[in-house]
Design a protein around this ligand. Structure first.
Ligand code: DGP
Length: 118
């Protein structure tokens, strides 16, 4: 599958659509999910276009991978999620029920999230 430059997260990254920005660095952006499933529901995305995790890990530079992980880590520490716990999810493809075809990690917390898969 080819990456579609017109997906909603690509437009958010290009600032063609608004978002509730949490934090960003050179290669990654974090913003609030528009339909939160938990008191804390943040999406962490690479700025460059990758459809999913395996594309990212195959093709991204070390700087891009480091920046995404650094952004995730800083949010976890700043929101003290390391004290309370959290969940990171990335949905991929059909079985993963991926809706937006730009890699994103859901960072969820703020309550007990229950079982991982129902
Ligand atoms: P997924 O099923 O993993 O592809 O989840 C996509 C998520 O993206 C879903 O939780 C809702 C969120 N989302 C969809 N459109 C927008 C948008 O325009 N802005 C924001 N902030 N989030 C969006």
């Amino acid at each position: 599958m080819k990456y579609d430059d017109d997906n909603i997260f690509a437009k958010i990254i290009r600032k063609q659509l608004p978002c509730d920005l949490i934090k960003e660095n050179n290669n990654a952006l974090a913003f609030k999910d528009i339909s939160p499933r938990a008191p804390i529901h943040i999406l962490v995305v690479p700025k460059k276009g990758y459809i999913n995790y395996h594309d990212f890990i195959s093709d991204a530079s070390i700087e891009e991978i480091n920046d995404l992980n650094e952004l995730m880590k800083n949010i976890i520490l700043e929101m003290k999620l390391d004290h309370t716990g959290y969940r990171i999810i990335t949905n991929t493809g059909n079985d993963g029920n991926q809706d937006v075809k730009h890699l994103h990690f859901h960072l969820l917390g703020g309550k007990n999230l229950g079982l991982m898969v129902k």
